[in-house]
Design a protein around this ligand. Structure first.
Ligand code: ZN
Length: 254
């Protein structure tokens, strides 16, 4: 039904858990122990794979974002870190959607529930919706499609991607996660040695929002080896400089 019914499809886009295909690194990891009993963990990215992740329904994420933005409970800690706190404009937009759904319920003679998703599901199951003519159904579907797009924009979490380049500041090609050094356990790191990789590859990490028109301006990057931070344009410039230098050096040694 949802394939042919645009109204139901629009409702489900807001009320059903979202499936998203994501790219994930395949990491090969092995531990070696030397004569002194010191462990070395080596990780290599050996490829990428597509995985399907399931996210909560958009309207649940909306309610959660409104709640945490208003300083209420942040019960879903994992969610809170994903959805972040809305700015004033986004919070206003979010509350408009939530109260519009409540208005729809009133119009359809449906009891107001606590959650926006439950309200929309109840509205969708009402006699009022069942009896909608095509023109009105198309109107509601279009409004809901707009909501879905605007909720996605306001909740779009930061995305992360690591870069293959060495850091233009410290020139590191690997980094350590200090939280992996546990007190009382064998040290997991050794000083870097010429030509031997002991840490994790790709210290440069960029953070950005995929659907943000100001992605380049707002995105930023960090080197996990030295902690240097960059704007995305700045990093691109630095990397190009570094590449040009390497090329020049290569030419003079030839
Ligand atoms: Zn660095």
């Amino acid at each position: 039904m949802s394939e042919t019914d645009p109204l139901l499809a629009a409702v489900e886009a807001l009320t059903k858990p979202q499936k998203r295909r994501q790219e994930q690194d395949i990491i090969s990891r092995y531990v070696t122990t030397d004569d002194d009993g010191i462990e070395t963990v080596t990780e290599h990215v050996v490829g990428t794979q597509k995985v399907t992740v399931e996210l909560p329904p958009l309207l649940d994420m909306l309610d959660d974002a409104i709640q945490s933005s208003m300083g209420g409970s942040t019960k879903g800690a994992a969610l809170a870190s994903e959805s972040a706190v809305l700015n004033v404009h986004a919070l206003y937009e979010a509350m408009k959607i939530s109260s519009a759904v409540r208005d729809w319920c009133r119009m359809a003679g449906v009891l107001d529930r606590k959650h926006t998703r439950e309200n929309l599901e109840a509205w969708n199951a009402s006699v009022y919706v069942r009896d909608l003519d095509e023109e009105h159904a198309a109107f509601f579907a279009a409004v809901m499609q707009k909501w879905a797009a605007s909720i996605r924009t306001m909740l779009d979490p930061w995305r992360e991607k690591d870069l293959p380049n060495p850091c233009p500041v410290c020139h590191a090609e690997e980094w350590w996660d200090a939280s992996e050094d546990k007190p009382g356990e064998p040290r997991r790191r050794l000083p870097p040695m010429e030509g031997i990789r002991r840490g994790r590859p790709r210290p440069l990490l960029i953070r950005y929002k995929r659907d943000d028109p100001e992605m380049i301006e707002k995105g930023h990057a960090i080197c996990r080896a030295c902690g240097a931070e960059f704007g995305l344009r700045e990093l691109q410039f630095e990397l190009e400089q570094a590449e040009a230098t390497t090329r020049q050096e290569g030419m003079t040694t030839v």
